[in-house]
Design a protein around this ligand. Structure first.
Ligand SMILES: Nc1ncnc2c1ncn2[C@@H]1O[C@H](COP(=O)(O)OP(=O)(O)OP(=O)(O)O)[C@@H](O)[C@H]1O
Ligand SMILES: [Mg+2]
Length: 622
């Protein structure tokens, strides 16, 4: 697009093909106030501007070209035929009226040289000399500057004939172009040229990926958007807010900064939206500093080993799948099996300095339910909740996950042991897929784009144990179609330090939490438990495995009691095991109590078959 603009070729993406007069000035009809910046006094705009100027509209085009391209475009435009005539106008017809103040602001005062050009009496823009001859001096100088920018010509040689008045003036212009080149105003602004699905395309600014840009909306509102990619010369942005009302040609400004979230101890007990702003109606939060939303996980050598068990308040996890402080674990299940409920239980009963709960892409109804039912006032007091629900734009949902993680990092850096809970990591992956597809990434398995599988470890690796503090990460993973090998579940399992699998068959037998002990694993349990504890857990799993293996035989009556001592024992102990696994949501059990209960249930003596002991086998459900 740059070269096209420079040549004056119409840009298919340009919003308004008309020249400046048609778009900006009264001659071209009423200008929209939101799109029309104040004209510099005396610029050849409005009624005095050449109506038939062949140059592309500076509104839609000038901002998008490079300094080199725009300068060349200006230089190629002949002087306007009508008044203001002659070189006194200084600025060629294709010039962007905004360039004048920007030039002024950006230019180093020293660059203007000892004889700064005086503003022309007939509306010469600031910084333009008033040449004596009929040659448009500024245009000539601009051309020289363009050549200089191209590096293929001697600017002095071209500039001198155009500025015979003073070699100093030529030198000043040379300096000025040096400044212009290094401080391209196009780097800071652009215009909306296209909307494609969820993506806004603009002719600028030259923002870096991840940088926050501001899009001017009608009525003075400003839409925050994040740079997510480039397509040829166009920048691609995704909104962090509602795009309704966005118009073509709207101004886009770069902020020069990636997204950050404001943090402080005042966040405790507060509920934030996906952008990190309070949404609980309790007024402003006292922030201390800001943290980058998308931070990198850091040097693995700075991590501390996970050596301390953490008490999650849920018996079966404490005893059989013990988690460590700083461990990252996923709760995997199909829809409606109890992931959110289990996470709520953990949030309620777990002991940690700070809970950070990120509700990402879930139902709006569940936010309040979670806060009031699961956390309660006491739990909320030591928690920070970040809620980016399913109806929010994809980037806001992603941002919710990042903001939650950044808040956890803030408290970790203050020496706290933090529990970070995310419901759900799969919805984060969905949002990342949406973004990836919108910017044209190829779809791979199940429509996921490659970036999803790059972003997941970047997010999950931010939890862990560090010298300063720890972030224990608990992420729910929605397993599509109960297929544990679907791409996101598979990827998550490989990144995390453990997975708690919830089984639909257990939920349908009213065994809650429906943790399938035999399919679940805590990779760090061997490092953080005693030999005695591990032996008891191993015995529990062995007996359970025997029962599960023979369950069908037992249930159809094909197993004869006494045929196997092992199976008899498993059948006898199974009901106690089920009781051990079941736990009402409102009751927590400490780590110590959980281990003691495990010892008790696994040391139970086998009932004497002669005494007619042994439980009734489970009846199979239809
Ligand atoms: N511990 C529990 N005790 C009793 N009932 C439970 C328990 N866990 C889940 N349930 C039942 O299962 C239903 C679904 O639970 P939940 O919303 O936690 O599932 P989910 O896996 O998060 O679902 P989704 O994937 O749709 O978000 C609950 O409404 C409740 O009826
Ligand atoms: Mg849920």
């Amino acid at each position: 697009m740059t070269s096209q603009d420079a040549n004056g070729t119409p840009d298919p993406n340009a919003i308004a093909p008309a020249g400046p007069a048609a778009q900006d000035g009264p001659a071209g009809g009423p200008a929209r106030p939101d799109m029309t910046p104040p004209a510099a006094p005396g610029t050849p705009q409005g009624p005095t501007a050449p109506a038939a100027a062949p140059a592309p509209s500076p509104r839609t085009r000038g901002r998008g070209v490079t300094a080199r391209g725009r300068v060349a475009a200006r230089a190629s435009v002949p002087p306007p035929p009508g008044p203001p005539k002659g070189p006194a106008s200084g600025m060629p017809s294709g010039a962007d009226p905004q360039a004048a103040p920007e030039t002024k602001n950006d230019a180093d005062p020293a660059a203007s040289g000892p004889t700064p050009p005086a503003p022309g009496a007939a509306g010469t823009p600031e910084g333009s000399p008033a040449p004596a001859s009929g040659v448009p001096e500024a245009a000539g100088s601009l051309e020289a500057g363009a050549e200089a920018a191209d590096g293929d010509g001697a600017p002095e040689a071209r500039a001198q004939p155009a500025a015979p008045s003073s070699a100093k003036t030529a030198s000043a212009f040379k300096n000025l172009f040096g400044v212009l080149r290094s401080s391209s105003p196009m780097a800071l602004e652009g215009r909306v040229t296209r909307m494609a699905g969820l993506v806004i395309e603009g002719s600028g600014p030259a923002a870096s990926v991840g940088e926050i840009c501001l899009v001017d909306m009608p009525g003075g509102q400003v839409l925050e958007a994040e740079a997510v990619g480039f397509k040829e010369a166009a920048i691609q942005l995704m909104p962090i807010g509602d795009m309704t009302g966005l118009t073509p040609g709207s101004r886009i400004r770069a902020t020069g900064s990636p997204a950050r979230v404001r943090v402080g101890p005042g966040l405790l007990g507060r509920i934030l939206d996906g952008r990190g702003e309070p949404m609980d109606g309790l007024g402003p939060v006292e922030f201390e500093e800001s943290y980058p939303v998308r931070a990198l996980p850091g040097n693995p050598m700075d991590r501390a080993r996970v050596l301390t068990p953490v008490d999650v308040g849920v018996r079966c996890i404490n005893a059989l799948l013990t988690l460590g402080r700083g461990q990252r674990v996923g709760i995997f299940a199909g829809s409606g099996v109890g992931k959110s409920t289990l996470m709520g239980m953990i949030a309620r009963h777990m002991r940690a300095d700070v809970n950070v709960i990120a509700l990402v892409g879930e139902r709006g109804r569940e936010v309040r339910e979670f806060i009031e039912k699961d956390l309660g006032p006491e739990g909320l007091a030591r928690s920070v909740v970040v809620a980016a629900t399913s109806e929010q734009p994809a980037l806001v949902r992603m941002r919710g996950a990042y903001v939650g993680t950044a808040v956890a990092e803030y408290f970790r850096d203050r020496g706290k042991d933090v529990i970070l809970m995310m419901d759900s990591a799969t919805r984060f992956a969905y949002a990342a897929r949406e973004v990836g597809l919108s910017v044209g990434e190829p779809a791979t398995t199940r429509g996921y784009t490659p970036s999803v599988f790059a972003l997941l470890p970047q997010l999950l690796e931010r939890a862990g144990s560090w010298e300063s503090g720890s972030i224990t990460g608990i992420y729910t993973v929605l397993v599509e179609g109960d297929d544990m090998n679907e791409p996101v579940a598979d990827s998550m399992r490989s990144i995390l330090d453990g997975h708690l699998v919830l089984r639909r068959e257990m939920a349908s037998r009213n065994i809650f939490p429906a943790v399938d002990i035999l399919s679940s694993i805590s990779r760090l349990m061997p490092d953080i438990t005693t030999d005695e504890h591990r032996a008891a857990a191993a015995r529990f799993k062995d007996i359970l495995a025997v029962y599960v293996k023979n369950e069908d035989m037992v249930n159809i009556g094909a197993y004869q009691k006494g045929a196997s001592r092992e199976v008899d024992e498993a059948v006898a102990l199974y009901p106690r095991f089920v009781e051990f696994l079941k736990q009402p949501t409102g009751q927590g059990q400490s780590l110590g109590e959980s281990v003691a209960a495990l010892m008790q249930v696994t040391q139970a003596t086998r009932p004497d078959p002669a005494a007619g002991g042994g439980p009734e086998p489970l009846r199979r459900r239809a």
